[in-house]
Design a protein around this ligand. Structure first.
Ligand code: QV4
Length: 474
């Protein structure tokens, strides 16, 4: 179940982390559809525990499968899915199949008003009772398969997916979402579930809903969160044939490269050459909602220059199923999403350039990023050709004769004639500007009969990347 069911030539998923359904519906119509985004990963849809201060992570502690959260209710969710599908933008839901909520003193009341007693493993809203869970134990040794798959990840009550009852409730939940028109699922904490159990669940799901424009017999797209740095006892290889798998090494290595810990010239063999999964099995990202909060090599919106360069490379190099992160501003791990005094999530607001202003970061609305979504669409089905590098941190390459990219991550300028592989003409650099009414608001590059053009990226230019493609010819 590796096919994401994208429309036309579209290619990129955006994770609208913690957005409300009504705002996503609006975003599909006014921005994502027109800009050629292929899909949205949405935050968990089912009822969760209410944690003090409303941290984002309360949504990873389910109470029931009722579709009411701070993002909205079932009606709003259904309306969003329909409106997004109507403009060719698919919806993928982050689903929690591994566990329910962690300990909570006394009776917990969830976001749909359902009561539960997590400490007793009692979730009457489903219903689940203690027998539906693995016995309580802690994961202390991550090289012990039993602990990883049958103990509790940070104390979250661990469902037994080998049980018929648990399987039937999970399948019913996922089928309900399929009925509402979603195209697939991000499977949270997949590594913590036996692959045989997941295989049973995935293969039991309904086909996608033809009333939402999916062809007959379309299987739901599955991408599984398995963190595998390369030496894990429970490895990505156990899951990759069931659906795509998050390729965390991609995120770590692209961060290393654009932070300057690894020369860009080595990116020539990016992808499987670096030990990553085969392209069609790899869900790729510069950062995700977890690792953007960790220190380390991973880049996030707080290092915008390098982040934009890494994202440009991510979207320009033909490897993986690409997902772009769209964050809210945070100080620490627990920072809640933008909310009002009543702790309701607030809608994003935009300035005259379309950038978000009220606590939402909206990386997907940065010109340098959405322009690369357009680039990826424009160069679809072409290969990498014409690789050039300076032996260090300046590189360039073509995508067939449809697109050209150059990067400068050295502390001196890149200024020279390079082979762009493009047909002769003048092209607008979609990173430094846009093509508006036939004229370019940023740098433009004139390509001669031999495909060469003069490329300049100063070491102190606002952005360290330049991108040309056939749909932005002046
Ligand atoms: C606390 C202690 C635990 C203790 C527990 C017992 O820290 O040591 O066992 O109490 O009562 C929150 C708190 C966490 C707390 C826990 C239970 O942060 O301190 O445990 O709740 O009350 C998100 C957050 C977690 C959050 C969790 C549930 O990241 O901080 O925990 O939601 O609200 C591994 C996995 C991988 C996982 C990753 C984070 O292999 O699968 O860790 N990633 C996914 C999601 C992630 C999510 C979960 C899994 C859980 O991407 O966002 O965790 O659904 O690498």
């Amino acid at each position: 179940q590796h096919n994401p069911h994208w429309w036309g030539n579209r290619n990129t998923i955006v994770h609208l982390f913690e957005w409300k359904w009504s705002d996503i519906a609006q975003e599909c119509e006014s921005f994502l559809g027109p800009r050629g985004f292929a899909g949205v990963q949405v935050s968990p849809v089912n009822e969760n525990i209410i944690a003090a201060g409303r941290p984002w992570w309360e949504r990873y502690q389910p109470i029931s499968y009722k579709l009411t959260t701070r993002s909205g209710n079932e009606e709003e969710f259904g309306d969003m899915v329909r409106r997004c599908n109507d403009v060719g933008v698919r919806i993928y839901v982050d689903v929690l199949l591994n566990h329910m909520s962690g300990d909570f003193d006394g009776v917990a009341v969830g976001t749909a008003g359902t009561e539960a007693e997590p400490r007793k493993k009692s979730f009457p809203g489903v219903p689940y009772t203690a027998q539906d869970f693995h016995p309580t134990c802690e994961i202390t040794d991550w090289s012990d398969r039993f602990q990883v798959q049958q103990c509790e990840l940070v104390g979250l009550k661990d469902l037994d997916q080998s049980s018929d009852w648990v399987r039937s409730k999970l399948i019913e939940f996922l089928d309900h979402l399929i009925e509402l028109g979603v195209a697939g699922f991000r499977v949270d904490a997949a590594k913590h579930m036996a692959s045989e159990d997941l295989e049973y669940i995935y293969s039991s799901l309904s086909n996608l809903n033809i009333d939402h424009g999916f062809p007959h017999n379309s299987r739901p797209f599955i991408f599984q969160e398995v963190i595998d740095h390369g030496h894990e006892t429970v490895s990505r290889d156990e899951y990759k044939d069931l659906g795509a798998v998050t390729e965390f090494r991609f995120s770590e290595e692209i961060g290393n490269a654009f932070r300057g810990n690894n020369a860009l010239k080595w990116l020539q063999s990016w992808g499987t050459g670096w030990g990553f999964l085969p392209s069609g099995q790899a869900l790729t990202f510069v950062d995700n909602h977890d690792n953007q909060r960790d220190a380390g090599a991973v880049l996030n919106y707080k290092s915008p220059r390098q982040y934009k360069m890494a994202t440009a490379f991510h979207l320009a190099y033909p490897y993986g199923i690409s997902r772009v992160m769209s964050s809210f501003a945070f100080d620490d791990h627990d920072t809640p999403p933008p909310q009002d005094a009543q702790e309701r999530i607030i809608s994003p607001e935009f300035d005259e350039d379309g950038a978000c202003v009220n606590g939402w970061i909206c990386e997907h609305r940065w010109r340098q990023i959405y322009a690369m979504v357009g680039f990826k669409n424009a160069v679809r089905d072409t290969e990498i050709t014409g690789w050039w590098d300076n032996g260090d941190n300046q590189i360039s390459f073509c995508r067939g004769n449809k697109g050209f990219l150059a990067f400068n991550n050295n502390l001196y300028d890149l200024s020279q004639d390079l082979n762009t592989c493009l047909p002769a003409g003048t092209y607008c650099d979609v990173i430094s500007g846009s093509l508006i009414d036939g004229s370019c608001t940023g740098k433009s590059v004139t390509v001669n009969e031999n495909g060469y053009g003069y490329i300049h990226i100063g070491s102190d230019d606002f952005d360290g990347v330049l991108a040309l493609h056939v749909d932005a010819k002046v």
